[in-house]
Design a protein around this ligand. Sequence first.
Ligand SMILES: Cc1cc2nc3c(=O)[nH]c(=O)nc-3n(C[C@H](O)[C@H](O)[C@H](O)COP(=O)(O)O)c2cc1C
Length: 186
Amino acid sequence: MDAITALHTRLSVPGLTEPGPSAEQLDTLLRAAIRAPDHGIVRPWRFMLIEGEARKRLGEIFADAQTADDPATDAAILDKMRRNPLRAPTLLVVVAETDPDNRVPVLEQVMAVAAATQYIMVAAHALGIGAMWRTGRMAEHTLVKRALGFADKDEIVAYVYLGTPSGTRKLLPDEDPASYLRTLPE
Ligand SMILES: Cc1cc2nc3c(=O)[nH]c(=O)nc-3n(C[C@H](O)[C@H](O)[C@H](O)COP(=O)(O)O)c2cc1C
């Protein structure tokens, strides 16, 4: 798939099944990611590959964080949180390991990592791999960051769920980009 076609046709794929991307495909995704624009060449991106049984450990981390917030959390909610990482064979946790002392603002460092995440999304689409960018409370939780080996100052930018697309695919939206254009006020 050529680059413009990939950019014009990418869609999120929530229904994902085995197999996940191969090691070679994952390398291709990460090579795309690290071509993202990065003000000051801070290199703030970190990628954590989570597959197989490690997904269950991530689910336990989510459940532990939830229990710390509310020890009375309903067992069914905890069970759902444990199972969330099992929604795809492969997860890439994309983290901004920020440098607050750098002259480049932390917001821009995080934006660079968001750009890297989007490169993963488009590259996955180009390879026929389904991908879904997720965040939510478990992307903000300090206990989750620490359990993953990061500091409180760092930002979990994405849980990218990856796998083989399954189920019915939604249709591409038919939108006119001109509706988002604005002109400079006089
Ligand atoms: C920063 C960010 C966080 C997101 N977090 C979630 C999420 O937690 N759950 C979810 O269902 N979609 C989330 N999405 C949105 C989906 O990934 C997807 O982009 C959206 O449903 C639109 O579908 P499309 O990508 O096919 O246009 C997030 C998107 C971004 C950019």
